[in-house]
Design a protein around this ligand. Sequence first.
Ligand code: ZN
Length: 193
Amino acid sequence: MVLISDYIVVRSRSGLEECISQESPLCPVCGKPLKYRDSRVRIYKSYNGRKHLLRIRRLKCGGKDGCGRLHNELPEFIIPYKHYASEIIENVIDGVSTPGDPTTEDYPCEKTMQRWAAWFSFYCFLFEITARCLRKQKLFHLRPIGKEGSSVLSVLRLEGTGWLSFLIRYIYNCGGRLPAGNPEAFFRRENFS
Ligand SMILES: [Zn+2]
């Protein structure tokens, strides 16, 4: 899986959306260039549970010395293994959208919101470390964060929308991943605990 930030989404008369990009992502496994292989349709949901069909590219790690893996190329407004657009998930995590909010009505439902909160709480430390690494490499600028040891993630969240997709893009493009489903169950299953 690779995530891109430079793209446009075009909607056809049939309602199918297509993600078009000139980005040339590198393989997150071996760092070699990726080449277009084929495309597939991915579903995502916007507010009120509205479903969208989005055509995305599937890329193959090519060349003689590449690892040969296939990667779905996602625009960064989609979080891998999540159905809702990242802005909606981020707003719930930040407390901007709540179960009583009329913009969300029944979708996402309260249970889904609780799952996202638990998911964020589980990966909070990973997001903090990623934010610190990126800041150290001067890949983004923050206003002064106060005393040494302050949470870079907290300051990044205060900077405005897009922090979640920004961090997840770097995690995936550097070879990391956030497993699908309940993270605690995943790590128990894989005997990481
Ligand atoms: Zn590769």
